[in-house]
Design a protein around this ligand. Structure first.
Ligand code: GSH
Length: 267
């Protein structure tokens, strides 16, 4: 991999895209892999580039909508156009559009240019990381979406119970004063947990009805989120305005489109 060849298309509302953005920052790849951020509202035609504060135009392909990037890569593409996208400027195509893969690509493919000492998926922990990732996905990353988009009371009840069981468990896990989920070194499980926690009070608590407790009610998880926010560059991957604008623009969940004023002190 060479500097300048690759580009990430991302949305700051999107937790999946944000884990790729956070990996890029922590691996110190700002100058190696460029980024464009779409506007926070998912339109009828999908993600759009534009002038909303904190968003970008597309300097690479001049696209107005993300689906144009997918069509450039494959003219027959008709499916969803999701973020994140890792784009190859030389071959003019999509390298990968799965955030889990993109995090691992950023972790290993650019070590001549970024921080080679940081390993987000160390070989000795892979089994444990995979197992925790699965738990985080089920209970939190996807758990909040299952609660938010539940179409029956029972599905909602089950999902929301799972969300708070997972949060309780993680609060306990951090009770031995460890810095990160696996001790003193951050890895990809932390990235996955962080992106969901950082959206919790501003979006999931209300829009997704995950309102048994706030993140702010979990002292250790709150401190953990602030700790990761304090890592160089991490804060640039978090935009509470985009998160609120994005989630509250989901018509099925918030037909009037009103974005609430609070919460105050949301990180
Ligand atoms: N498998 C993807 C999922 C990404 C994803 O679901 N992105 C959502 C935003 S959070 C998206 O772009 N949705 C666009 C659409 O549904 O049209 C990943 O983890 O990278």
């Amino acid at each position: 991999a060479v500097p300048g060849r690759y580009h990430v298309y991302a949305a700051l509302i999107c937790p999946w895209a944000s884990r790729a953005l956070l990996a890029r920052k922590l691996k110190k790849l700002d100058d190696t892999v460029s980024v464009s951020i779409v506007e926070p509202f998912l339109t009828d035609r999908g993600w759009r580039f534009g002038d909303y504060p904190g968003s970008d135009r597309d300097p690479i392909n001049g696209a107005d909508f993300l689906h144009q990037i997918y069509t450039l890569a494959d003219p027959r593409h008709t499916g969803r156009a999701t973020v994140p996208v890792l784009w190859d400027k030389v071959r003019r195509t999509i390298v990968n559009n799965e955030s889990a893969d993109i995090v691992r690509i950023l972790n290993t493919a650019f070590n001549d240019f970024g921080d080679a000492c940081l390993d987000l998926y160390p070989a000795s922990l892979r089994g444990l990381i995979d197992a925790l990732n699965a738990r985080l996905y089920e209970g939190l990353n996807n758990g909040v979406y299952k609660a938010g988009f539940a179409s029956s009371q029972q599905a909602y009840d089950e999902a929301v119970a799972g969300v708070f069981e997972t949060l309780d468990e993680l609060e306990t896990r951090l009770s031995d004063a460890r810095t990160y989920l696996f001790g003193e070194k951050i890895n990809e499980s932390d990235l996955r947990l962080f992106v969901t926690l950082v959206r919790f009070d501003a979006a999931y608590y209300d829009v997704f009805k995950c309102n048994l407790r706030r993140l702010a009610d979990y002292p250790r998880l709150t401190a953990y989120v602030k700790r990761i926010m304090g890592l160089p560059g991490a804060e640039e991957t978090v935009n509470i305005d985009h998160i609120k604008q994005g989630y509250y623009s989901i018509k099925a969940l918030n037909p009037g489109g009103i974005v609430p004023a609070g919460p105050l002190n949301s990180l």
